[in-house]
Ligand binder design. Structure first.
Ligand code: FAD
Length: 364
């Protein structure tokens, strides 16, 4: 993990702010990480992946998140796609798709639609079967990494049930419209994906399709949530470093900022946020690695805690740096914008609260 982290540090260098402002990652950076299997760190060696534990993969994700949340977002999408194939695909699909995803091909996962945001039971994209082909029609929005993706995993309705359809980006009937000027993660390649009677072989249905929609969504999102949670740990670590460095070096009223108690309180809260988020993620990853019964709740908890702390922590970091950080191009300004989005995606704060409340209510 340490070697991979050092390689990413070198690959990203000081370019993350430039990528953010340009709204684009260099494609060779994405391909290079993909080809090294580092966008799919938990995929086992038999499919060409590194086969890391969730804990190791999480620490690596946090490292990437500390450098560039856009790149981390692409990593989350790719990891979620690979996990979904591993989990839901039949052995032939896993044998065909996973080696592609661990060797440079890229993928994005499309759930959300204009009328289906938090409520994914409202998904209207529909797959119908016509002889030995399927037809897919619908409209997906805010698909992270869509601009870099060779494949889309599209969550659709199939009769009374659901299905995940593997759609090549260049299939006839697929169109993309990039999301203009996102608040944060600006280089993550978000796009709307329009599907107009996309015709594909039936083998494009992961596991044959006709699975409960809620099960499909929960399966894919579990990976997305833990990955985003670790990415938030990375945002917090970068903010701690920036805020502490500034509070040590800048003086006002004859002493370093960090010696003023109200600034010190920001630092204490920020460091606490990073520690609490890390512990929540470590626990969730341990549950993941042990397939513990508490896994679902631990992952939602980690996502909720880490996203909330990252949003508050990044705001505190901007406050400590004040004018020195209040500019596009500064790490804490980018963290502030990126962290806010983490409270929306993969189950918003409110959705997480509802799930955690359900858990609390169901306990004796
Ligand atoms: P809505 O569902 O309309 O919710 C609006 C507000 O109401 C939120 O605060 C929500 O929490 C609250 N709310 C809704 N229902 C309830 C309720 N019952 N109780 C309490 N509060 C409620 N989608 C994909 O499919 N793939 C991706 O890769 C992807 N990446 C994304 C990346 C970014 C940066 C963003 C911003 C979005 C992305 N999305 C993606 C979409 C994302 O999953 C949705 O934005 C998210 O699920 C929330 O849906 P919504 O925006 O439609 O908000």
């Amino acid at each position: 993990v340490a070697t991979a982290a050092a390689a990413v540090t070198e690959l990203v260098g000081d370019q993350a702010s430039g990528w953010d402002r340009a709204g684009q990652l260099p494609e060779d950076v994405v391909r290079k990480l993909g080809a090294a299997g580092q966008l799919t760190a938990q995929i086992p060696a038999r499919y060409g992946g590194p086969g890391w534990s969730s804990t190791d993969s999480g620490e690596f994700t946090a490292h990437v998140g500390s450098l560039c949340s856009s790149l981390r977002s692409v990593m989350t999408s790719q990891g979620m796609a690979a996990w979904t194939v591993e989990r839901l695909g039949d052995p032939e699909q896993a044998a065909e798709l996973l080696p592609r995803l661990t060797s440079g091909d890229t993928a994005a996962v499309a759930f959300s639609e204009p009328q289906a945001g938090s409520d994914l039971s409202a998904v209207a994209t529909t797959v119908t079967v016509d002889g030995d082909t399927l037809s897919l029609t619908g409209r997906k929005k805010w698909v992270t990494a869509a601009e870099y993706a060779d494949l889309f995993l599209v969550v659709a309705r199939m009769g009374e049930d659901g299905a995940v359809v593997v759609v090549p980006r260049n299939a006839p009937g697929v169109q993309m419209r990039p999301v203009a000027d996102p608040l944060g993660c600006r280089a993550a390649g978000h796009a709307e994906v329009l599907l107009d009677d996309v015709r594909l072989p039936l083998s494009s249905l992961l596991g044959g399709g006709r699975q409960p929609l809620s099960m499909l969504v929960t399966t894919a999102l579990a990976y997305g949530r833990i990955s985003v949670a670790w990415g938030c740990v990375g945002i917090l670590r970068a903010c701690v470093t920036a805020a502490v460095g500034h509070a040590r070096s800048r003086e006002q009223f004859g002493q370093p900022l960090g010696r003023h108690q109200l600034v010190a309180r920001h630092l204490a809260d920020l460091w606490t946020a990073e520690q609490v988020a890390t512990r929540a993620c470590e626990y969730a990853s341990r549950c993941w690695d042990e397939n513990a019964p508490d896994l679902f709740t631990a992952v939602v908890l980690a996502k909720y805690v880490s996203a909330g702390h990252a949003a508050k922590g990044a705001a505190a970091a901007v406050q400590v740096l004040a004018s020195a950080g209040a500019q596009d191009g500064h790490l804490v300004a980018r963290a502030y914008r990126d962290a806010k989005l983490m409270e929306i995606i993969e189950g918003s704060n409110e959705m997480c609260q509802l799930m955690l409340a359900d858990h609390a209510l169901s306990r004796r």
